[in-house]
Each structure stands twice: as structure tokens, then as C-alpha cells.
Design a protein around this ligand. Structure first.
Ligand code: ATP
Ligand code: MG
Length: 248
């Protein structure tokens, strides 16, 4: 079943054409990576899907609902680009950051009681392995730990889809691997559909099953991760050979 359908979508900023006649669909349980060089429109595409921007043309359906009128906010979560980019004195604890994720689905009036809230927060933090840090200030954690907390925030309403915009930027290789494994587990163990913009394709490709490649001219193609990784290895070997032949 298709959980996301992008149908013939085009979008321009006032001075720049970004996305041209883009169509693709994502099935329930897919793990899609969106790749492309800087400025090809990856973040713009996520914002179009999440109704933060309006397509000039075309339609986007999330679980059959038009994204322009989408109301089932508990079905989806979004970890934005640079979510962890804030002052280290930011005065919020891990628990407060994660419980803020409850607002979109409950609103202020129906917000769960403290005990229930704490239980939900603890469960989400446990899933990402950060439950022991719930009292810590978010700004005092490492980049990788902060990213885990933001993933916990995204998990708190048991979403069907999580959108992430470059969740592995600025963290060390080991932490990148563990975030990738965590996302792979959320996908395989809990069946959550993951749609993730990344430049770290070599770290995540093993966990994903599809790659959407955006190009500078506004076109795009959807490929199976296996095919994509074979092509990438091929290119890599090709470059290596070129270098080698230059030296000899
Ligand atoms: N609000 C805006 N108004 C005008 N142009 C914008 C706006 N936001 C982004 N752009 C431009 O649109 C293009 C696509 O931006 P976008 O942020 O979607 O790229 P991206 O693929 O996510 O890049 P990166 O890999 O650097 O995150 C860029 O050239 C950017 O400068
Ligand atoms: Mg971006």
C-alpha cells in the first residue's frame, strides 16, 4: 500500500525553479533516502510533503489524504535539518524536549496527565537508549545524543512515518553508525516508514530499500538501494582506477 504519493509536483521559489514534474510513491514500511547535491531541493521537497510549502502544480497524498488538508498529525513526525543546532545553554531538559512532541496530537487542552506523559516520554527515550539522561539539559549532550533525543520526540505519538532532514550532520562516524542502526531498527522492528534526506548515503544505504536522487536540473529518479549501491561502488572503483592510472 502506498503511504505517500507525490503526483506531478512542480515548485519554484520566486527566483529559482526547484522541482519539476516530480512523481514517486513510497510504500508502507519503506525506508527511503533522498539524496542530491546542495541546493537540489531535498529540504524543499520535505517541506512540500509536510505542507509547509504549497506546490505550484501537482498533488501530494499522505496515507490517501491530500497534504494540503492533512489533519492526522499523529501519523507523521518530522526531524528538521539542524534540529540540534542551538545554544548549549538552551534551558530545557531532555524530558521537556521529548514531551513537547505530544502537543501536535493532543493540543494544550487534552494534554495527558503528568504520570501518563512521563510514561510516554520514558518509553520513547528507552527506544533510543537515552532514558538515563531524561533530567539532563539538552544542550549538555553530544550531537549524536541530542539527535537521539529528537528521534525520541519524533517517536512519542507512535507515528507511521518519520521524516528526517540530514540527521547525521556534524556527528562523529561511530555516532553516525549508531543513529543509522537505530533508524534501521525503527523501520524493521516497528514497521515505521522512514523518509530521510542525507549526504551520508554510504552509512545508511544498507538500512534503506529505496533511494530518490534529485538532480540539479529539477529532475529525479527513484532506484532500489541495492542498484544504487552497486552503481556507487562502480563509480568509486572507476575513480580509483583513474587516479591509479594517472600515477602510473
Ligand atoms: N525560502 C527560500 N526562498 C528562496 N530560495 C530558497 C528558499 N529556501 C531555499 N531556497 C533555495 O532553493 C534551493 C533548494 O534549497 P533546499 O534547501 O531545498 O536544498 P537542499 O537540497 O536541501 O540543500 P542542502 O543539501 O544544502 O540542505 C537552494 O538553491 C536554496 O538556496
Ligand atoms: Mg537541505
Amino acid at each position: 500500500m502506498d503511504i505517500l504519493q507525490v503526483k506531478d509536483v512542480s515548485f519554484d521559489y520566486p527566483d529559482k525553479a526547484i522541482i519539476k514534474n516530480l512523481s514517486f510513491s513510497v510504500r508502507k514500511g519503506d525506508f527511503l533516502c533522498i539524496v542530491g547535491t546542495n541546493g537540489t531541493g531535498k529540504s524543499t521537497l520535505l517541506k512540500l510533503i509536510l505542507n509547509l510549502l504549497k506546490p505550484d502544480k501537482g498533488r501530494i497524498l499522505i496515507d490517501g489524504e491530500n497534504s494540503r488538508h492533512f489533519k492526522s498529525f499523529n501519523k507523521i513526525s518530522y526531524v528538521s535539518q539542524k534540529a540540534t543546532d542551538f545554544n548549549s545553554d538552551f534551558p530545557a531538559t531532555v524530558e521537556e524536549v521529548v514531551s513537547a512532541g505530544l502537543y501536535p496530537s493532543f493540543g494544550f487542552l487534552k494534554f495527558p496527565k503528568i504520570r501518563e506523559r512521563k510514561k510516554k516520554v520514558f518509553r520513547a527515550l528507552k527506544t533510543v537508549g537515552m532514558h538515563k539522561s531524561y533530567k539532563k539539559l539538552i544542550g549538555k549532550l553530544s550531537g549524536g545524543q541530542q539527535q537521539r533525543v529528537f528521534i525520541a520526540k519524533a517517536l512519542i505519538n507512535n507515528p507511521q512515518i518519520i521524516f528526517l532532514d540530514e540527521p547525521t550532520v556534524g556527528i562523529d562516524v561511530k555516532a553516525v553508525d549508531s543513529i543509522c542502526c537505530l533508524l534501521g531498527e525503527l523501520n524493521k522492528k516497528f514497521g515505521i516508514t522512514i523518509i530521510m534526506v542525507t549526504h551520508d548515503i554510504s552509512s545508511i544505504i544498507y538500512h534503506s530499500n529505496k533511494v530518490l536522487q534529485l538532480r540539479d536540473d529539477g529532475s529525479a529518479r527513484l532506484v532500489d538501494s541495492e542498484d544504487f549501491s552497486q552503481e556507487t561502488i562502480f563509480t568509486h572503483v572507476h575513480h580509483k582506477n583513474c587516479k591509479y592510472s594517472e600515477r602510473t
